[in-house]
Design a protein. Sequence first.
Length: 346
Amino acid sequence: LHLPRAFWKLLVGSEPSVPADLAEMDCAVLSSVIDPLRSMDSQEEFDAVFGDGLLMWDFDSVRHLHALNASSLSGKSVFHVPERVNPGVQVEWEERLLYAAAVERQKVLGAMGLQVQAIGRGMATVIPAGLLKMLTWEELMIRVCGQQDIDLELLKRHTIYSNTSADDPHVQWFWEVLEEFTPEYRQRFIEFSWAQRSIPATDADFDRFPAIHMIIKTTRRGPAANSALPTSSTCFWLVDLPAYSSKEIMRERLWTIVNLEGMGMAGDAPLEGGAGGGGASFDSLLAPPAARPRRRAPRVEPSSDPQSRGGPSASPSLSSTEADGRSPSGDRSSSSAAAAPAGSED
């Protein structure tokens, strides 16, 4: 569940931060209308950009302008609203800052006000409204959505192992690589393995549901393991992690799976648009950036064994130059297409 900060703030009765929250909700309006209006130095510039009726007062902007004017603690008007400001009237140079303020308020408060009220009434049937407003918006978001920034120490405490152990080198490399990934790419790994982008927020939240824990098993060892990608069964939060021979190979294989498009809630969804990341290197995915040469995704080629093709649990094999950890200069699109079998099984 991914909702803007302003939603959670309104739900607990806090005032959204304008324009900070607007940047998350509608950055296009902020960058193309509001910021230019506030930075213009002359009427000539205004007329050249917004002339000929491009900006018009409408019912919502007028309503939010008057609401903004009456929102001071004293209850008195804080600025003068020209009498000509009515729906259907063109915005003039002298009114540009009023229009920018009205649109900000409209986008942040008006875009979801009715929906937030309806959700709040529904939540009040389960949680007393007074208790709900005792929470900060961050606390409410975490309680509803789970921990967004994946706490790896928490996850380690709720991971069990099958046919491997936490002391095995490839398992230790696995955790080290996840630690190096940015929060966004740690979320992508959780999505790959569990079909959602967050985990329970605390040990107590895990303990309430004993069946919820990540399972890491290893079924592929030896030289052949280097030529396979991890697979997952999202219904069981199970990751089949090959016993790679080096941390660098582990990094490359994890980097590949978190950059596969179409690996969201439906692990068997067709891949579209090639691997994600727009040509990003390993360095751009690590936090902080590691001092290593920029590398590209490994080329993944289907196994020549017909028994390993097509099935959801089949693992793609890599070319011999990659099996020993070296990354060839293959393009990213061929990697994602061939790596489709390495996706989540459920």
